[in-house]
Design a protein around this ligand. Sequence first.
Ligand SMILES: [Zn+2]
Length: 322
Amino acid sequence: MNKRGWMMSMGWFGLAIVLFCFSSCQNISSTTLDSLKNTRKGQPEGIDTIPEAEPEPTPLLLDKWDSLQKNLVIFPVDSLRPVDVKVQKRLLRDSLRKEFNKHPKHVFLTFDDGPLVGSAAIDSIARARKIKVSAFLVGRHAGMGKGRQRDLERYKANPYVACYNHSFTHAYNRFNTFYSNPTSALADFEKNEVDLRLEHKIVRLPGRNIWIYDNVRKIDLKSGASTADLLYSNGYRVYGWDVEWRIQSTTGIPVQPLNEVFNRMRNFMNNKSSMRPNNVVLLMHDDMFQTRKGKQLLLQLLDSLQKQDYKFEFIEDYPIKY
Ligand SMILES: [Zn+2]
């Protein structure tokens, strides 16, 4: 054994003694530890350090919230002054809600099925208002004439628009058939990604409100689940929505009045009842904003949301965690 090898062996031996004492001698004094440290000075670098316990990372507010939601919090039961566990749960939920309210609230405006008539309005409003929006694009629509191609290029050039994958064919709106063959559905998303030169592996399934990302898996309709799982195992994140707003595309008459949509979003924010607290995803469709009336409604919604001081985010940053 060469000199360095011998010194390393001695270093590890010393470290083993320290660890042994640390684990077995409950009453070991700090002086003893200090003296052990001191005797090790001058040994080769990188070997003579005693591993110090990593400070426990402070759990995120979101982790605490999840534990409560999943009934993983154990509440103390004091037999002298019993407080109902339900009451303790409610108190904890209220205090976590208050904690969340100290943080900013985030809105994800998502527009599906573009490029379509209506995309140009979204593009110019996002740019003029400097508001981030997320567009889930359908490649087949981009091939439907010069206008749609131009809309696509505008989206891609706009720093306030992030482009994501909503499949190439949009299942030709025959969703059950499309999802009955997950392999060909995956190929359809992959074609869209290549054709539209999409940078993010983020998809929304046509006709399905399915979420699969990190450790979250939420399925609305079983048909679509296998495709979503296959996408996820191929590196994609799948995002659904919390609230949907519909406006009749050709008349601009809202199916859900603006107030109703805004109130639902605000309630989700305040009650922490969206998929993730303080994060609300709104689904709209590009063709809703092809009329003057539709555009005005979108501007009014933005006004209302901005008055609440909500922050607008791209879906690739979902969810914003504390
Ligand atoms: Zn769609």
